[in-house]
Design a protein around this ligand. Structure first.
Ligand code: TRP
Length: 334
């Protein structure tokens, strides 16, 4: 019998997920669940690291994320969903890891560094925020995750996880923890509708999996193209043109997109024509997702039951890992 490799991945529940998440890692999870033992975690504790004043928002967001997962085709028969805060072993493991990491190393973590600047924490960085990579290492290692499909901004997290894994195994002289490997999408990350490098809810430039056809239309019509392409007859630039970037990913007729690019560069192809095509392409992609979501929304208790069952399954695995960890550290007293 071949043993399936373990995949662990997750998202912060800040609301519905968007096309950037889809391109970055959701799409890969749909494929990975066929051949791997896949865990998908909703990182509610991590979502609190910069929003701890509003824990009451989480529940609604968790439901939205579960609806996203199930409506894009993650299958509860193949993927185990769980919620971070209901696995107390993750918190236990985090505390043990905190001694293996320095504050300076955390400050230098590139993702944390960028976020500290973006969020303008100044001198008031919450300790929970600074150490969230340690908690993320616990998320991954508690189920012995070997593969972690994530967006490229998460690479420093995997690196930090593996530093902890190596330190732990060396210090406690036992190969208890498994190193993790990131799986990064081949597609460069999807820009926001404003053409900025990253699609993100907080930047207000996202198209959500839960957006209606009308909302998608409005967002695409506002999309950043080539600012110098003023008249239809003018030659336009394809490179850096957000509409083409999206067509490259979502259009099911790449040959036609290639022709449109030639035409656009020559001149004679207007932005509106191009945007109309993208609206159709995106809605064709989102329509089946929307109808599955509408079905699932009729029975939220069922959706939450899927999360509950997955969490129970994960707790058993987590308890086993914790036992091995305690054993290696001689923390079993009676
Ligand atoms: N940090 C991830 C994000 O911001 C979410 C996350 C938390 C995660 N724990 C994880 C991703 C473990 C992969 C593995 O989206």
């Amino acid at each position: 019998m071949s043993v399936k490799k373990v995949v662990l991945t997750g998202d912060r529940p800040t609301g519905s997920l968007h096309l950037g998440h889809y391109v970055g890692s959701l799409q890969q999870r749909i494929v990975l669940q066929e051949t791997h033992k896949q865990y998908v975690m909703i990182a509610d504790i991590q979502a609190l690291t910069d929003n701890y004043e509003h824990p009451e928002k989480l529940k609604g967001n968790v439901i939205q994320v579960m609806l996203d997962y199930l409506s894009i085709g993650l299958d509860p028969q193949k993927t185990t969903f769980f919620i971070q805060s209901m696995i107390p072993e993750i918190a236990e493991l985090t505390v043990l890891y905190l001694n293996l990491v320095t504050v300076n190393r955390l400050r230098r973590n590139p993702t944390v560094k960028t976020e500290i600047e973006q969020k303008e924490f100044g001198d008031s960085i919450p300790a929970g925020f600074l150490m969230y990579p340690v908690s993320q290492a616990a998320d991954i290692t508690i189920v012995k995750g070997e593969l972690v499909p994530v967006g490229s901004d998460q690479l420093p997290m995997i690196e930090q996880t593996n530093e902890i894994v190596r330190t732990f195994n060396r210090l406690y002289k036992k190969e208890v923890l498994t190193p993790a490997q990131a799986i990064i999408s081949k597609v460069p990350r999807l820009p926001g509708i404003d053409g900025k490098t990253k699609m993100s809810k907080s930047l207000g430039n996202a198209i959500f999996l839960s957006d209606s056809a009308d909302v998608v239309k409005q967002k695409v019509m506002k999309m950043y193209t080539d600012p110098f392409h003023l008249r239809v007859e003018d030659p336009g630039q394809v490179e850096g043109n957000t509409v083409f970037t999206y067509l490259d990913f979502f259009d099911t007729h790449p040959d036609q997109v290639a022709e449109l690019k030639v035409q656009y560069e020559k001149g004679g192809l207007g932005d509106v024509v191009l945007k109309k095509r993208l609206i159709d392409v995106l809605n064709a992609f989102l329509d089946p997702i929307r109808s599955r979501r509408a079905e699932l929304e009729k029975d939220i208790p069922h959706v939450m039951d899927i999360l509950k069952r997955g969490t129970q399954e994960t707790r058993e695995v987590a308890a086993n890992t914790m036992h091995e960890v305690r054993d290696a550290m001689h923390l079993i007293y009676f």
